[in-house]
Design a protein around this ligand. Structure first.
Ligand SMILES: Cc1cc2nc3c(=O)[nH]c(=O)nc-3n(C[C@H](O)[C@H](O)[C@H](O)COP(=O)(O)OP(=O)(O)OC[C@H]3O[C@@H](n4cnc5c(N)ncnc54)[C@H](O)[C@@H]3O)c2cc1C
Ligand code: HEM
Length: 390
């Protein structure tokens, strides 16, 4: 338990963190990765480069400091961190390394005058408490994964069994376990952690499952990212039969059972998680409005499959919007008038959306403006979460 004095000091440093939090964590990441190069593969360097991960951690630490007296007020933040950590195999022994670098950074960035011994001690205790909460919750998840049917703990060897080109930039990859045993049934919307070695260097990435895992394999669908290490490797170099390690599925962006009409809205490769949701929802008879936005026809993946589902399940209505070229129901960007036409009449729907961040900001704004309750709008980030512009 944190002492009252520690709590008071931590709470008093919130305004400090609010102004300097990001500089602090940027400094912290450099220190951590230089001191412990063995941790580099765990972190996506692109997320460091664009500042998303330092911002996410700054936000995590700040929220924690703000709510140190009632941690339940942190809402879904802790759940999100735990899921991300579990999917990338963050382990208890990593926490002291991170804690030591965080404290050293507080001292170096704020200077010894502000970061006095008492401040460092209080933050050390506070970090220790948060680390204990996360380590405990992550261990529960590791155990659940291990004990569930088809589950496992740590890395499990899979091999690439099939590759299917879905569009000019998206390719699906199917992975089967090398041991030939059952695999964990992921909830629709969840992602896996993938670990592979490229030219002797280890990389870990998350990919949403783009189909239900009920056929003995996992399917992911990957967009080729210009200059991207893993996506290009998966597209061009990973051969059929090649092994790689997977960490068990995780994630909270999952389809919940409900009778309300389901609205799935995706932009580009954001379609992946919504495909698994579509597959799960249709056999239940639930009405689904599936809206997909793509740059053009060539970039549009899975059209044939979704069109075939619409023939098979009359309760599925699908709408396509392209930024350019022919072949869609609308041209340009998704806007209020298109949503007006494409949403169910009743706005008491469950909406799930995913895509590039500006797309998600727009979709959230449009959905709420059209009358969908904000608590019924759910979304996922293909990177560290951050606030969607209002
Ligand atoms: C929960 C979740 C689910 C996801 N699901 C999917 C999915 O279903 N399909 C999918 O395609 N992706 C998905 N992603 C994204 C995926 O994890 C990868 O981030 C993506 O494939 C890019 O990885 P990469 O290794 O190819 O690119 P990276 O090598 O990480 O590079 C990404 C971009 O950043 C640039 N870059 C890299 N390093 C630097 C640097 N140091 N400085 C400046 N720029 C740099 C690169 O040029 C490139 O443009 C998901 C991510 C998350 C978190
Ligand atoms: C109290 C300690 C910690 C806090 C508050 C914290 C917080 C966070 C947050 C907020 C995210 C982003 C979640 C998201 O929205 O996706 C995250 C992701 C991550 N964390 Fe932690 N974390 C802690 C400890 C650790 C430790 C010990 C490690 C291991 C070295 C670690 C490694 C990672 C990695 C690899 C990611 C994903 C990064 C990416 O996507 O590039 N974290 N953490």
């Amino acid at each position: 338990m944190l002492s009252l004095e520690h709590r008071a000091i931590v709470k008093a440093t919130v305004p400090l963190l609010e102004t300097g939090g990001e500089a602090l964590t940027t400094h912290f990441y450099q220190l951590l990765l230089n001191k412990h190069p063995e941790l580099r593969p765990l972190f996506n360097q692109a997320h460091q480069a664009d500042g998303a991960q330092p911002r996410a951690l700054a936000n995590g630490v700040l929220m924690y400091a703000k709510h140190i007296d009632q941690l339940d007020a942190l809402g879904d933040l802790v759940g999100r961190i735990i899921n991300k950590h579990v999917s990338l195999q963050i382990l208890p022994e990593h926490y002291p390394l991170v804690g030591a670098c965080l404290l050293q950074s507080i001292e170096e960035v704020l200077g010894k005058e502000i970061a006095t011994a008492a401040v460092i001690e209080a933050w050390g205790a506070a970090y220790g408490q948060l680390a204990e909460i996360l380590i405990g919750a992550e261990e529960v998840r590791y155990q659940q994964n291990e004990q569930a049917e088809g589950g496992w703990r740590g890395a499990r060897a899979f091999r690439l069994s099939r590759k299917v080109v879905e569009s000019a930039e998206i390719t699906s990859l199917y992975f089967e376990p090398v041991d030939g045993q059952a695999i964990l049934l992921a909830a629709p919307g969840q992602y896996i952690g993938l670990r592979l070695s490229i030219d002797g260097q280890e990389h870990r990435r998350n990919y949403s499952l783009s189909a239900l895992a009920s056929h003995g394999h996992y399917r992911i669908s990957v967009k080729r990212e210009p200059g991207g290490k893993v996506s290009n490797y998966l597209h061009d170099r990973l051969a059929i039969g090649a092994p790689l390690d997977l960490f068990a599925p995780a994630g909270e962006f999952t389809l919940t059972d409900s009778d309300k009409p389901l609205v799935l809205i995706s932009g580009g490769v954001g379609i992946t998680a919504t495909l698994a949701m579509l597959e799960a929802a249709l056999p239940t008879g639930r009405a689904v409005h599936f809206i997909h936005c793509a740059r053009n026809h060539a970039a549009h993946g899975f059209r044939t499959q979704v069109d075939a589902l619409a023939m098979q399940y009359p309760q599925l209505k699908r709408f396509y919007c392209y930024e350019e070229g022919a072949g869609a129901d609308a041209l340009g960007r998704l806007d209020a008038s298109l949503l007006e036409r494409w949403l169910p009449l009743s706005r008491d729907v469950d909406a799930y959306f995913l895509g590039p961040k500006p797309f998600m900001s727009a979709v959230r704004r449009l959905l709420i403006a059209s009358g969908v309750p904000s608590q019924q709008c759910r979304y996922e980030f293909f990177g560290p979460a951050s606030a969607l512009d209002q």
